[in-house]
Design a protein around this ligand. Structure first.
Ligand SMILES: [Zn+2]
Length: 257
């Protein structure tokens, strides 16, 4: 499944994505913020929106759900855990498979950012993870509408299930802020400093995306056993007894940063 990423003008730094079956040109539009913009991108790439996939219930991820559905007649697939929040045609449960043209993707429930959140994972020809607001490049979602403990378990499950080479396509362009946070806690993390230099030279449209393996080098929420990170949390007075405690401490620091 090829992923076409587009930065949505006038949005809350949202990325929208088209997951595309290269054989048939069938596309799934993920979290439509702007129907006009997505239809234009689909036209430019000569693909047809045949499905709409939703990661979660926040307004900026379902903003043009109804409009895009009306204009494409594409069915809406969404997490079953969002059932009372908006309308969809097919409600998804953890492990459900979705067909797009001749290819398939898998749906995983990943609550924590919100109670309803899920992500889409495909492995052919390259592994990709459409991660919504659960896992970001160099960070994780906030837990203001959910809870950090649940988010911790969802992130751990993603790392267990996904191929380390999976490329991460989150719902927002937050990489610069996230790397700033990483470097505020671990100033000597060279991989993060190098990636920040690179990202500063790029625009939202050209911004680098990371793989899960790269994330292990730069994303503090995936480095919970790093002795330097544990020391940094202890210096700030946090309980660092287990991975979950360290994750929650980091999430709190990120909220205050
Ligand atoms: Zn959100």
């Amino acid at each position: 499944m090829q992923v076409i990423r587009t930065y949505v003008p006038d949005s809350l730094q949202n990325y929208n994505h088209l997951a595309v079956c290269e054989q048939t040109g069938d596309a799934a539009a993920i979290d439509p913020f702007d129907a006009d913009h997505l239809l234009e991108v689909a036209r430019e790439h000569d693909v047809t929106i045949k499905a709409i996939w939703i990661t979660h219930e926040h307004g900026d991820h379902i903003r043009h759900l109804e409009e895009l559905k009306a204009r494409t007649r594409a069915p809406v697939y969404a997490p079953l855990t969002c059932q009372k929040r908006f309308d969809a045609d097919i409600w998804l449960e953890d492990g459900n498979r979705l067909t797009l043209g001749e290819q398939t993707a898998e749906f995983w429930t990943t609550p924590g950012h919100t109670p309803g959140h899920g992500v889409f994972y495909a492995t052919e020809p390259e592994p990709v993870l459409l991660s919504g607001d659960t896992l970001f490049n160099a960070g994780v979602g906030n837990a203001r509408s959910g809870d950090p403990q649940t988010l911790f378990h969802s992130i751990e499950r993603i790392v267990e299930r996904a191929n380390p080479d999976a490329r991460i396509y989150p719902g927002h362009d937050y990489i610069l802020n996230n790397l700033g946070f990483t470097l505020s806690i671990l100033p000597n993390l060279d991989a993060a400093a190098r990636l920040r230099q690179q990202a500063e030279r790029e625009t939202p449209d050209t911004r680098t995306t990371t793989t899960l393996a790269q994330e292990a080098g730069i994303n503090l929420f995936l480095r919970l056993d790093d002795p330097d990170l544990i020391s940094a949390l202890e210096e700030r007075g946090f309980d660092t007894g287990d991975r979950e405690a360290r994750f929650i401490a980091l999430r709190r620091l990120r909220d205050q940063w």
